[in-house]
Structures are given as structure tokens and as C-alpha cells.
Design a protein around this ligand. Structure first.
Ligand SMILES: [Zn+2]
Length: 242
């Protein structure tokens, strides 16, 4: 029997009363879990077997999956259901981490950050894009793609003015070197903002002003490095179905 904190990323109906869960384990990374009888209203596994459920679980290995033997709910981020905008942003985070985690990722920091992000989404009334953008930039950094905002990627001098951010190289061309490569124009203030997002906790983002150009750069940068940009939940957000 394995004790593991898990976050349910996807629930799939299976047989009459069971579910197969795609879950992120804090230490184990992405796993598949069979939750037997959890569709029954009186099942003790019911709460731990729903989308967004974050629980202390007892798992029994079974072939290439696990059987959920017991689950004690820590949080189900219930408030996401009270705000459709927050809910879809939460769905996007699950879809994103599910994709990233399929490469055998088991990174406790990323797990904790994801749970923290969901918790912050629950308490916000707006600014979901800013919070999500901060998550994306921090996630890129944790995956090993921390951008360099301090020194020019061409001449290595300290960035002191506007420049161009190179998605592929993960850094800034200074104002003297903007012709040496492709990138997206960034003001000095935007460069400083991205650096401070990397250093700030979700709690402290309130005082940081984040514009569309920054959010666009962060998302392009993350998607370029993880090699995927077509997330279903993002389409729903963009199409204004929320
Ligand atoms: Zn330069």
C-alpha cells in the first residue's frame, strides 16, 4: 500500500459504478487510478474521485495502474464551480499539467505550485489571466527553461532599456542587438515585470501590473518549449463560451 497525495486531472466513467482517474501524484507524477464503486452516492471514495479532488490517498499497485483503496479529501476547490471563468482557467491548468506530466514528471515543487494555483483561483474574482500567466512562467522555469531577463543573449551586457524577447532562446536582445535575431518587442518595464513575476509568490501578484504583451510572451514561450499549443480548455476561454 502506497500513501500519496494526488490531484485528479481527469475522471473517466468505467463500468457501472467505477471510474478511472488520471491523477498527478505529489511524488509519483502522473498515474492512472481505478476507483471502484466511486459512482455510488454512498461510496467513501466519491469525494476523492472527482475532477479537481486533492486527497491523501492509499493506493494499491495493480499492473500498470493503481487501485484507490482509501481517499481523504484535502480540498476540492469547490469555489471554482461558482465562477465559470475561474473554472475554465482551472481546467486549463489541469490540461496543461496533464500534458507536461506525461513525460514521467515527478516534481514536488510543481505539484505544490499547481495546488496553490488552484487555491488562489478559488479566491480571486478576476485577473485569472494574470495568475495563470504567472503559473506558466514559473512552470517553464521549473521545467528548466528559466528565461534570462538580466543580460543580453547576444552581447551579454546588462539589460537597461527596451529590447526584443526571443522565444526560442529564452532571453532578451538588448537595444543594441535587436537586429541579431527574431523576437517580440518588449519595453524595459515589461522585462522587469516578467523578472518580478518569477520571483513573486502568487499572493504578491496583486501589486504587479501585467499587460497583454507579457501574457502573450509567457504563453508563447512555455508552449514553444513544451511543444504543444492546442489546449481544448483554452479554446473555450478564447471563444468566449464562458
Ligand atoms: Zn546586446
Amino acid at each position: 500500500m502506497i500513501q500519496e497525495d494526488i490531484l485528479v486531472l481527469k475522471e473517466i466513467s468505467y463500468r457501472e459504478n467505477d471510474k478511472i482517474l488520471h491523477a498527478l501524484g505529489r511524488n509519483m507524477g502522473k498515474i492512472q487510478v481505478i476507483s471502484k464503486g466511486s459512482k455510488k452516492s454512498n461510496s467513501s471514495l466519491r469525494n476523492s474521485s472527482q475532477l479537481f479532488a486533492y486527497s491523501k490517498s492509499s493506493l494499491v499497485p495493480s499492473k500498470d495502474m493503481y487501485i484507490l483503496a482509501a481517499g481523504e479529501l484535502i480540498d476540492n476547490f469547490y469555489n471554482l464551480k461558482n465562477n465559470i471563468d475561474a473554472y475554465y482557467h482551472g481546467c486549463y491548468i489541469l490540461e496543461l499539467i496533464s500534458y507536461v506530466a506525461q513525460e514521467n514528471l515527478h516534481n514536488v515543487k510543481i505539484f505544490d505550485m499547481t495546488v496553490s494555483l488552484l487555491s488562489h483561483l478559488c479566491s480571486l474574482k478576476n485577473d485569472f489571466d494574470k495568475l495563470t500567466g504567472a503559473y506558466e512562467l514559473k512552470l517553464a522555469a521549473m521545467l528548466g527553461y528559466r528565461p534570462n531577463f538580466q543580460y543580453c543573449i547576444n552581447c551579454n551586457s546588462l539589460i537597461k532599456t527596451e529590447g526584443k524577447f526571443s522565444i526560442a532562446e529564452g532571453g532578451v536582445f538588448c537595444s543594441n542587438c535587436v537586429n541579431y535575431g527574431n523576437g517580440i518587442n518588449v519595453t524595459y518595464n515589461e522585462i522587469l515585470t516578467m523578472e518580478s513575476i518569477l520571483k513573486s509568490k502568487f499572493d504578491s501578484l496583486g501589486s504587479i501590473e501585467v499587460n497583454k504583451n507579457i501574457l502573450n510572451i509567457i504563453r508563447k514561450f512555455l508552449f514553444y518549449h513544451i511543444g504543444k499549443d492546442n489546449f481544448t480548455s483554452l479554446k473555450l476561454i478564447k471563444e468566449g463560451k464562458i
